[in-house]
Design a protein around this ligand. Sequence first.
Ligand code: PLP
Length: 465
Amino acid sequence: MSERRRDPAKKSWAEPWKVKMVEPARQLAPELLRERIRDAGYNTFLLRSEDVYIDLLTDSGASAMSDYQWAGLMLGDEAYAGSRNFYHLEANVQKFYGYTYVVPTHQGRGAEHLVSKVYIKKGDFVPGNMYFTTTRIHQELAGGTFVDVIVDEASDPQSLHPFKGNVDLQKLEDLLKKKGQNCIPYVSLAATVNMAGGQPVSMQNAREIRALCDRYGVPVLLDATRAVENAYFIQQRETGYGEKKVADILREFCSYTDGAWMSAKKDSLVNIGGWLALNDAEKFGEAQNLVVVYEGLHTYGGLAGRDMEAMARGIEESVEEDHIRARVGQVEYLGQKLLGWDVPIVLPVGGHAVFLDAKRFYPHIPQERFPAQTLAAEIYREAGVRTMERGILSAGRDPQTGLNRFPGLELVRAALPRRVYTQAHMDVATEAIEEVHWNRARARGLRMVYEPKYLRFFQARFEPV
Ligand SMILES: *Cc1c(COP(=O)(O)O)cnc(C)c1O
């Protein structure tokens, strides 16, 4: 008998779907890539999508819908009021996330706007496990100040802590004591934590936050944008959850919170949509009233009926075991491949993206010369692969002092849209990043020549120094 070449214990995984429709993607010639990134002011947000070969800018709204979701679009009930798709969405948010009252919004920040307006008064402090750009700006516009209470390991790209998204309970309790619960409208809990590298929060931490907040009478509100990915990490890493279903873990996690806002453009596999869900009838009443001012009637919240149907169906698919395993598995594949080539990345690899550590990638570029922005521009120029900056540019300026914030992490995010790219795309992207890494000593950094007032990373322009 001949020797067996394959190790039967090591089984390959493949995506639990097959492709039904394709969208062309082309790679521009090197001189065109150089020209396009220069014309875009070295900001990947300002590139045209058709000039991008592999788009890892974001996992937001860029996922591929299933035939079940597309079929749902045809069942859109476009009545102004009381669309049946709203009731389907409401039922699925109640069933899978467990909250009582639901209002749709056009996307996540629409819900953040409402929740901030309803809960925050001027002078309040909002503790949370690391800021998120749109979340924090709505908290600030409502008169609050965000206070980061995430564990210290979150800012260490090399720490292997399995739950780097956890809240540091001591930091949270110190703040509750120092400011008093009357100035703390809620704890802003995100799971997973996008800006920390897609890092999860443990079930135990959620339980402890709940217990602490109960003692002070402070609600806990969840940014549920990637809570399904968070539930998958709990299943993989936390004792006692290995045999539980992701859907059940998600329900339990949400049960420790009083409400949530959602960008359904992430976990829920849709191109547009979001919601706000609360258990408090009075607060919900206010939110339901405000949604009419800012989004649309409370049974559509700025969405078409068909969009709500796609979202309701996307929620069902998002918690399927083989879907979530393949989704996070692809991110892990990209991360491991980069690690194998000694490219510095944030560890452990997160749920939705691989984060390149620009401080270690370009140790010779000072933070005020935007090392992560430089790296994102170089990766595009190399192969038409689009990523985004998550460092000093995204952190923005302190609203009080007007000075640049200098975040601990200076990262480039390569985010994976769900069900869109193949393993071969991952291989091409890794080779491009490896090439840029090989030539790293040549990079010089960038100077900002145009800086918008709000969320500057979206529209800022640069020149090479
Ligand atoms: C994307 C995102 C949001 C905002 O949602 P939008 O749909 O982009 O408005 C909020 N929180 C987190 C963690 C996100 O990733």
